[in-house]
Design a protein around this ligand. Sequence first.
Ligand code: 5Z5
Length: 284
Amino acid sequence: MNKNNYEIIETIGKGSFGLIRKVKRLSDGKVLARKEIDYKRMTEKEKRQLVAEVNILRELNHQNIVKYFERFVDKDKTIIHIIMEYCEGGDLANIIKRCKKEKKFIPEAVIWSFLSQLVLALNECHNGGSGTSSMSKPHPPILHRDIKPENVFLDKDQNVKLGDFGLSKIIESENEFAQTYVGTPFYMSPELINESCYNAKSDIWALGCLIFELCTLEPPFQSKTQLGLSAKIRQGKVENLPHQYSPELNRIIKSMLTVSHEKRPGTQDIMKVGKIRSYIIERE
Ligand SMILES: CNC(=O)c1c(C)[nH]c(/C=C2\C(=O)Nc3ccc(Cl)cc32)c1C
Protein backbone atom coordinates (compact mmCIF):
# COMPACT_ATOMS: atom_id res chain seq x y z
CA MET A 1 0.00 0.00 0.00
CA ASN A 2 1.11 3.58 -0.49
CA LYS A 3 -0.34 7.08 -0.29
CA ASN A 4 -1.99 6.63 -3.71
CA ASN A 5 -4.34 4.08 -2.17
CA TYR A 6 -5.95 6.94 -0.24
CA GLU A 7 -7.84 10.05 -1.30
CA ILE A 8 -7.40 13.12 0.91
CA ILE A 9 -10.75 14.48 2.10
CA GLU A 10 -9.51 17.31 4.34
CA THR A 11 -6.85 18.31 6.87
CA ILE A 12 -8.21 17.82 10.40
CA GLY A 13 -5.22 18.53 12.59
CA LYS A 14 -1.83 20.18 12.69
CA GLY A 15 0.92 19.50 15.22
CA SER A 16 4.62 19.89 15.82
CA PHE A 17 5.02 16.62 13.97
CA GLY A 18 3.12 17.53 10.79
CA LEU A 19 -0.49 17.04 9.71
CA ILE A 20 -3.48 14.80 10.39
CA ARG A 21 -5.67 14.25 7.35
CA LYS A 22 -9.09 12.68 6.94
CA VAL A 23 -8.66 10.23 4.07
CA LYS A 24 -10.73 7.65 2.17
CA ARG A 25 -9.27 4.23 1.43
CA LEU A 26 -9.93 3.70 -2.31
CA SER A 27 -10.20 -0.10 -2.06
CA ASP A 28 -13.35 0.01 0.09
CA GLY A 29 -14.24 3.67 0.72
CA LYS A 30 -13.44 3.42 4.46
CA VAL A 31 -12.78 6.81 6.08
CA LEU A 32 -9.56 6.87 8.10
CA ALA A 33 -7.09 9.33 9.63
CA ARG A 34 -3.58 9.73 8.25
CA LYS A 35 -0.84 11.25 10.38
CA GLU A 36 1.91 12.62 8.14
CA ILE A 37 5.28 13.20 9.74
CA ASP A 38 8.16 14.87 7.93
CA TYR A 39 11.29 13.28 9.28
CA LYS A 40 13.69 15.36 7.13
CA ARG A 41 14.89 17.52 10.02
CA MET A 42 14.60 14.87 12.73
CA THR A 43 17.58 13.88 14.83
CA GLU A 44 18.50 10.20 15.01
CA LYS A 45 16.92 10.11 18.49
CA GLU A 46 13.66 11.62 17.17
CA LYS A 47 13.63 9.07 14.33
CA ARG A 48 14.07 6.27 16.87
CA GLN A 49 11.14 7.71 18.87
CA LEU A 50 9.06 7.77 15.67
CA VAL A 51 9.82 4.10 15.01
CA ALA A 52 8.96 3.38 18.68
CA GLU A 53 5.60 5.18 18.27
CA VAL A 54 4.64 3.03 15.30
CA ASN A 55 5.81 -0.16 17.00
CA ILE A 56 3.80 0.73 20.10
CA LEU A 57 0.66 1.46 18.10
CA ARG A 58 1.00 -1.89 16.32
CA GLU A 59 1.20 -3.70 19.70
CA LEU A 60 -1.93 -2.09 21.13
CA ASN A 61 -5.33 -3.38 20.16
CA HIS A 62 -8.00 -1.98 22.48
CA GLN A 63 -11.31 -0.25 21.92
CA ASN A 64 -10.17 2.84 23.82
CA ILE A 65 -6.88 3.29 21.96
CA VAL A 66 -6.82 4.70 18.43
CA LYS A 67 -6.54 1.74 16.08
CA TYR A 68 -3.44 1.48 13.89
CA PHE A 69 -3.91 0.15 10.35
CA GLU A 70 -0.66 0.56 8.47
CA ARG A 71 2.23 2.86 7.71
CA PHE A 72 4.31 3.66 4.66
CA VAL A 73 7.22 5.97 3.86
CA ASP A 74 7.39 8.50 1.03
CA LYS A 75 11.18 8.63 0.72
CA ASP A 76 11.15 11.35 -1.95
CA LYS A 77 9.33 13.70 0.42
CA THR A 78 10.84 12.19 3.62
CA ILE A 79 7.33 11.75 5.03
CA ILE A 80 6.04 8.76 7.00
CA HIS A 81 2.29 8.18 6.73
CA ILE A 82 0.57 6.44 9.64
CA ILE A 83 -2.96 5.23 8.91
CA MET A 84 -5.22 5.10 11.97
CA GLU A 85 -8.90 5.03 12.80
CA TYR A 86 -10.94 8.16 12.18
CA CYS A 87 -12.47 9.74 15.30
CA GLU A 88 -15.40 11.80 14.10
CA GLY A 89 -15.88 13.60 17.44
CA GLY A 90 -12.46 15.21 17.34
CA ASP A 91 -10.32 15.81 20.43
CA LEU A 92 -11.25 16.70 24.01
CA ALA A 93 -9.47 20.06 23.73
CA ASN A 94 -12.17 21.14 21.28
CA ILE A 95 -14.92 19.77 23.55
CA ILE A 96 -13.53 21.81 26.49
CA LYS A 97 -13.24 24.92 24.28
CA ARG A 98 -16.86 24.57 23.14
CA CYS A 99 -18.12 24.05 26.73
CA LYS A 100 -16.27 27.20 27.87
CA LYS A 101 -17.75 29.21 24.99
CA GLU A 102 -21.28 27.95 25.69
CA LYS A 103 -20.74 28.23 29.48
CA LYS A 104 -21.88 24.61 29.84
CA PHE A 105 -20.42 21.94 32.14
CA ILE A 106 -20.05 18.32 31.03
CA PRO A 107 -22.63 16.07 32.76
CA GLU A 108 -21.20 13.85 35.54
CA ALA A 109 -22.31 10.66 33.80
CA VAL A 110 -20.21 11.62 30.77
CA ILE A 111 -17.21 12.38 32.99
CA TRP A 112 -17.44 8.91 34.58
CA SER A 113 -17.75 7.31 31.16
CA PHE A 114 -14.66 9.15 29.84
CA LEU A 115 -12.68 8.39 33.02
CA SER A 116 -13.61 4.69 32.92
CA GLN A 117 -12.63 4.35 29.26
CA LEU A 118 -9.31 6.15 29.75
CA VAL A 119 -8.42 4.07 32.80
CA LEU A 120 -9.05 0.94 30.71
CA ALA A 121 -6.87 2.36 27.91
CA LEU A 122 -4.06 3.16 30.38
CA ASN A 123 -4.43 -0.25 32.01
CA GLU A 124 -3.90 -1.78 28.58
CA CYS A 125 -0.70 0.25 28.21
CA HIS A 126 0.67 -0.22 31.74
CA ASN A 127 -0.24 -3.84 32.33
CA GLY A 128 0.82 -5.37 29.09
CA GLY A 129 -2.37 -6.38 27.43
CA SER A 130 -3.65 -8.39 30.37
CA GLY A 131 -6.62 -6.14 31.14
CA THR A 132 -10.31 -6.45 30.42
CA SER A 133 -11.40 -6.01 26.79
CA SER A 134 -7.77 -6.41 25.76
CA MET A 135 -7.22 -7.88 22.32
CA SER A 136 -3.48 -7.16 22.32
CA LYS A 137 -0.74 -9.72 22.48
CA PRO A 138 1.04 -9.49 25.88
CA HIS A 139 3.58 -6.65 25.70
CA PRO A 140 6.02 -4.83 28.04
CA PRO A 141 4.56 -1.90 30.00
CA ILE A 142 4.03 1.18 27.82
CA LEU A 143 3.98 4.72 29.21
CA HIS A 144 2.00 7.23 27.18
CA ARG A 145 3.84 10.27 28.65
CA ASP A 146 1.70 12.94 27.02
CA ILE A 147 -1.88 12.53 28.19
CA LYS A 148 -3.71 15.79 27.51
CA PRO A 149 -7.02 16.90 25.94
CA GLU A 150 -5.38 17.25 22.50
CA ASN A 151 -4.39 13.57 22.54
CA VAL A 152 -7.76 12.08 23.47
CA PHE A 153 -10.35 11.63 20.74
CA LEU A 154 -14.03 10.70 20.41
CA ASP A 155 -15.55 8.42 17.81
CA LYS A 156 -19.07 8.82 16.46
CA ASP A 157 -20.55 6.90 19.43
CA GLN A 158 -18.85 9.01 22.18
CA ASN A 159 -16.28 6.25 22.73
CA VAL A 160 -13.03 7.73 23.99
CA LYS A 161 -9.79 6.90 22.17
CA LEU A 162 -6.33 7.52 23.66
CA GLY A 163 -4.14 8.64 20.77
CA ASP A 164 -0.87 10.15 19.70
CA PHE A 165 1.77 7.94 21.22
CA GLY A 166 4.38 10.28 19.81
CA LEU A 167 6.13 10.59 23.17
CA SER A 168 5.33 7.14 24.53
CA LYS A 169 7.91 4.61 25.64
CA ILE A 170 8.14 0.88 26.05
CA ILE A 171 9.69 -0.01 29.40
CA GLU A 172 11.81 -2.99 28.39
CA SER A 173 13.36 -3.80 31.74
CA GLU A 174 12.19 -3.73 35.35
CA ASN A 175 14.53 -0.95 36.38
CA GLU A 176 14.20 1.05 33.19
CA PHE A 177 12.29 4.28 33.47
CA ALA A 178 11.82 7.04 31.02
CA GLN A 179 14.53 9.47 32.00
CA THR A 180 13.89 12.70 30.25
CA TYR A 181 10.69 14.52 30.97
CA VAL A 182 8.40 15.11 28.03
CA GLY A 183 4.79 16.18 27.80
CA THR A 184 2.64 19.10 28.80
CA PRO A 185 3.86 21.40 31.63
CA PHE A 186 0.31 21.90 33.03
CA TYR A 187 0.09 18.16 33.56
CA MET A 188 3.67 17.69 34.82
CA SER A 189 3.70 15.49 37.93
CA PRO A 190 5.54 16.32 41.21
CA GLU A 191 8.03 13.46 40.70
CA LEU A 192 9.08 14.98 37.38
CA ILE A 193 9.50 18.44 38.88
CA ASN A 194 11.72 16.81 41.51
CA GLU A 195 13.67 15.26 38.61
CA SER A 196 12.68 11.74 39.46
CA CYS A 197 11.75 9.24 36.80
CA TYR A 198 8.63 9.26 34.67
CA ASN A 199 6.62 6.18 35.60
CA ALA A 200 3.13 4.71 35.19
CA LYS A 201 1.82 6.83 38.10
CA SER A 202 2.93 9.97 36.17
CA ASP A 203 0.41 8.97 33.50
CA ILE A 204 -2.19 8.66 36.30
CA TRP A 205 -1.36 12.19 37.49
CA ALA A 206 -1.83 13.53 33.94
CA LEU A 207 -5.14 11.64 33.67
CA GLY A 208 -6.25 13.21 36.97
CA CYS A 209 -5.39 16.65 35.55
CA LEU A 210 -7.35 15.86 32.39
CA ILE A 211 -10.48 14.69 34.24
CA PHE A 212 -10.27 17.74 36.58
CA GLU A 213 -10.12 19.96 33.49
CA LEU A 214 -13.13 18.20 31.94
CA CYS A 215 -15.11 19.08 35.10
CA THR A 216 -13.93 22.65 35.66
CA LEU A 217 -12.84 23.55 32.09
CA GLU A 218 -9.49 24.67 33.56
CA PRO A 219 -6.34 22.69 34.51
CA PRO A 220 -5.96 22.02 38.28
CA PHE A 221 -2.65 23.88 38.52
CA GLN A 222 -2.04 27.16 36.70
CA SER A 223 0.49 29.96 36.90
CA LYS A 224 1.95 32.64 34.70
CA THR A 225 5.44 31.25 35.28
CA GLN A 226 6.92 27.73 35.19
CA LEU A 227 8.36 28.38 38.67
CA GLY A 228 4.92 29.30 40.03
CA LEU A 229 3.38 26.28 38.30
CA SER A 230 6.04 23.95 39.74
CA ALA A 231 5.39 25.32 43.25
CA LYS A 232 1.62 24.72 42.95
CA ILE A 233 2.14 21.19 41.59
CA ARG A 234 4.59 20.33 44.40
CA GLN A 235 2.07 21.66 46.94
CA GLY A 236 -0.66 19.60 45.27
CA LYS A 237 -3.59 21.65 46.61
CA VAL A 238 -6.61 20.72 44.47
CA GLU A 239 -9.72 22.90 44.48
CA ASN A 240 -13.11 21.21 44.89
CA LEU A 241 -15.10 20.59 41.72
CA PRO A 242 -18.18 22.73 40.90
CA HIS A 243 -21.12 21.85 43.18
CA GLN A 244 -23.02 19.75 40.64
CA TYR A 245 -20.31 17.06 40.82
CA SER A 246 -20.49 14.35 43.49
CA PRO A 247 -18.14 13.82 46.46
CA GLU A 248 -17.19 10.46 44.87
CA LEU A 249 -15.93 12.18 41.71
CA ASN A 250 -14.09 14.78 43.81
CA ARG A 251 -12.49 11.93 45.80
CA ILE A 252 -11.24 9.92 42.85
CA ILE A 253 -9.77 12.96 41.06
CA LYS A 254 -7.99 14.09 44.25
CA SER A 255 -6.62 10.57 44.74
CA MET A 256 -5.14 10.66 41.21
CA LEU A 257 -3.55 14.02 42.13
CA THR A 258 -1.81 12.65 45.22
CA VAL A 259 1.64 14.27 45.35
CA SER A 260 3.43 11.07 46.39
CA HIS A 261 3.44 8.77 43.37
CA GLU A 262 3.86 5.77 45.70
CA LYS A 263 0.55 6.66 47.39
CA ARG A 264 -1.19 7.53 44.09
CA PRO A 265 -3.54 4.78 42.81
CA GLY A 266 -2.64 2.73 39.74
CA THR A 267 -5.09 1.72 37.02
CA GLN A 268 -6.11 -1.49 38.79
CA ASP A 269 -6.88 0.44 42.03
CA ILE A 270 -9.02 2.95 40.12
CA MET A 271 -10.83 0.15 38.28
CA LYS A 272 -12.13 -1.05 41.68
CA VAL A 273 -13.92 2.25 42.39
CA GLY A 274 -17.72 1.78 42.42
CA LYS A 275 -18.90 3.64 39.36
CA ILE A 276 -15.91 2.55 37.28
CA ARG A 277 -16.25 -1.09 38.30
CA SER A 278 -19.95 -0.93 37.32
CA TYR A 279 -19.02 0.63 33.97
CA ILE A 280 -16.51 -2.16 33.28
CA ILE A 281 -18.91 -4.96 34.29
CA GLU A 282 -21.69 -3.44 32.18
CA ARG A 283 -19.39 -3.22 29.16
CA GLU A 284 -18.08 -6.81 29.34
C1 5Z5 B 1 -10.78 19.85 13.90
N1 5Z5 B 1 -10.31 18.48 13.92
C2 5Z5 B 1 -11.07 17.51 14.40
O1 5Z5 B 1 -12.20 17.72 14.79
C3 5Z5 B 1 -10.51 16.14 14.39
C4 5Z5 B 1 -11.18 14.98 13.96
C5 5Z5 B 1 -12.59 14.90 13.44
N2 5Z5 B 1 -10.36 13.91 14.12
C6 5Z5 B 1 -9.15 14.35 14.62
C7 5Z5 B 1 -7.98 13.57 14.92
C8 5Z5 B 1 -7.80 12.19 14.75
C9 5Z5 B 1 -8.67 11.21 14.19
O2 5Z5 B 1 -9.79 11.41 13.71
N3 5Z5 B 1 -8.06 9.99 14.26
C10 5Z5 B 1 -6.82 10.11 14.84
C11 5Z5 B 1 -5.84 9.13 15.11
C12 5Z5 B 1 -4.64 9.53 15.72
C13 5Z5 B 1 -4.45 10.89 16.02
CL1 5Z5 B 1 -2.94 11.35 16.75
C14 5Z5 B 1 -5.41 11.86 15.75
C15 5Z5 B 1 -6.61 11.46 15.16
C16 5Z5 B 1 -9.22 15.75 14.80
C17 5Z5 B 1 -8.11 16.60 15.34
